[in-house]
Design a protein around this ligand. Sequence first.
Ligand SMILES: [Zn+2]
Length: 327
Amino acid sequence: LAAPLPSFCEPLGDGLWAIDTGFHRVRFDAAYLVAEGGRAAFIDTGTAFAVPRLLATLDALGLPRSAVDFVIATHVHLDHAGGVGQLMQALPGAQLVVHPRGARHMIDPTALWQGALAVYGAAQMERAYGTLVPVDAERVRTTVDGETIALAGRPLVFAHTPGHALHHHCIWDGRSAGWFTGDNFGMAYPEFNVDGRAFIFPTTTPVQFEPDAMRASIARLMATAPRQMFLTHYSRVTGVADCAARLEAMIAATVAAALELRDAPDRLEALAAALMTLYGDGARAFGVNLPDARIAELLQDDAALNAAGLIAWLDRPARSSVAHSPS
Ligand SMILES: [Zn+2]
């Protein structure tokens, strides 16, 4: 090591590091560094405020900025790709690797900003996300489903995985037998881990959640018999088959809650409350041993955001026509 590893940086073995981007709270939002043969790739970036941490990780590992070949975004939601523009400015030799449906939002982030503004409001946008910097179109590489991109000969395989978002791909790293799952294999709070097992629940945030697609994507990830998953929220989980089963059950319960409340008055608040109960009771049953108030505090923002995403799903025109069809 060129310098002591910063506290926000966790070595995972296999030439992988998890970097706590600092977004929202400690150990909530992860970016990853893959290093191979003196070359490097970032997978997700966090927001613009995380860029100094990403660069400090390179410094600590003795990797020059010119060693970074790829900045890979699992998807273009701002808690994972908000810092892409600033990071690309700092890494002159890097290519941005993004799902084809996400590319235009990285080249011109105006629509991305407007979309997030509608969900979060102006004050939170400035505070939480900072500024979005566009990426030169010539530096953007889009993926084809199933494509392999090599980092110094180390194959990274891209799978297009809708469910959380249409512009989402996951990345298979055979060396670690792990997937970088973005937000398509649920989220797991480290605070809720019990004996090294992760309490996991789906990320149904606005505006492209689609449960059937999410299930199909999870099945596709599981088909490679992964040893571990690298989540954005937060970091590595093992016991992957158990996690997948719990995730399936939680997707079903989440969707049932949304359908039950679809015509309720104040359905956003009602659904957020239902999710608080669903996640909170689930965490308790899983063995999470924290005060009720602490469990609620940790879950509150995600329950509200996931409820909003479920409402967007309920209100999607295609969804309505399916729901009202006689079959
Ligand atoms: Zn996301």
